[in-house]
Design a binder for this molecule. Structure first.
Ligand code: SF4
Length: 323
């Protein structure tokens, strides 16, 4: 490691409004009902968040048949298909939905377009929970594409009656290429402007790329199944800068930093800020370090808790509670 190491912290980084809401929802439900409570899938894609909630009595399940009849179950930030909602109802489960409102918005668009008889082209990653949930809104109307090549091979009943939607956590530049290919093949295609990629994904990709061009190597804190974190690493590598995804400070291989004068650091939208703090503290302990923050924008987005979690938290002394 260089003796005069400089750390460049990309901003914005770490938790987005949707992830904070999802974690706060589980904590609120845990406080209200007491353990155990159940969460379908990982509430957010971060190993540390999930492990800590497990220790506090949250039981993460893959499917609802693992949840006892009548129990409380939280749906994760990534959203679920109508089939999963129906399944929960048939099992008598008490559902609290922590789906990010920006994912819910895409679901609503899928339902609206399907009702209009349009073919929906969904740009997303096969197998990702968000993709499965959105595709489930109108499976008979929706076709998944993942690449420009997929667009070339796409067959639709009426090329003049096509719309497109996207997963919220995709790479901004790759998605733009796919949308350009779609618009070339289907000039009448209607879509959400640039894409449905959310503000947090966009900002974190812009910020980490701004840092990358000044760095010898970039570390992105996030778990391997975090789509937006993986996209950040890929975005940096596409600029020719080595980048590594690390779940936490213990994953750092000192050989990555050999000869580096500037290390860029960021974190995906599901990685808590304290994990970044630990990385900075570790690197600070191992050399003379300057730490600089580089911001491309500020974020003010906040989402209210789901109503099921909110209504149990009305302040009993407030006016509205007295009415
Ligand atoms: Fe919502 Fe975007 Fe955060 Fe996903 S990354 S939870 S879509 S704000």
């Amino acid at each position: 490691m260089s003796a005069e190491l400089k750390l460049l912290l990309a901003s914005p980084r770490s938790l987005c409004a949707g992830v904070e809401r999802a974690i706060n929802t589980v904590e609120s439900v845990l406080a209200d009902y007491g353990p155990p409570i159940y969460v379908r899938k990982q509430i957010v894609h971060n190993t540390h968040v999930v492990r800590e909630l497990c220790h506090r009595g949250v039981v993460f399940v893959e499917e609802l048949d693992e949840v006892p009849h009548g129990a409380v179950v939280v749906f994760s930030a990534h959203g679920v298909s109508p089939q999963v909602r129906a399944d929960a109802a048939s099992r008598g489960l008490r559902v609290i939905d922590a789906t990010c409102p920006l994912v819910t918005k895409v679901h609503s668009e899928a339902k609206r377009y399907a009702a209009q008889g349009k073919t929906i082209i969904f740009i997303g990653h096969a197998g990702h929970e968000e993709t499965e949930g959105t595709l489930g809104e109108a499976p008979e109307h929706t076709k998944l594409v993942q690449t420009v090549q997929d667009v070339a091979e796409l067959a639709v009943p009426d090329p003049a009656n096509v719309v497109y939607l996207t997963q919220t956590t995709l790479a901004v530049d790759e998605t733009a290429d796919i949308i350009a290919a779609l618009r070339t093949r289907f000039p009448d295609a209607v879509g959400p402007g640039h894409s449905d990629i959310c503000y947090a994904t966009t900002n974190r990709q812009n910020a980490v790329q701004a840092v990358a061009v000044q760095s010898d190597v970039v570390l992105v804190v996030g778990s391997p199944n975090s789509s937006n974190s993986v996209r950040m690493v890929e975005a940096v590598r596409r600029r020719g800068v080595p980048a590594y995804l690390i779940d936490d400070v213990t994953c750092i291989d000192s050989r990555w930093l050999e000869g580096a004068a500037t290390v860029g650091i960021s974190a995906g939208a599901s990685a808590p800020a304290r994990l970044v703090d630990q990385v900075v503290a570790h690197l600070t302990e191992h050399g003379a370090v300057t730490v600089l923050e580089q911001s491309v924008t500020s974020e003010t987005m906040q989402f209210a808790l789901p109503w099921q979690a909110r209504t149990r938290h009305v302040d009993p002394t407030s006016e509205s509670a007295a009415q």
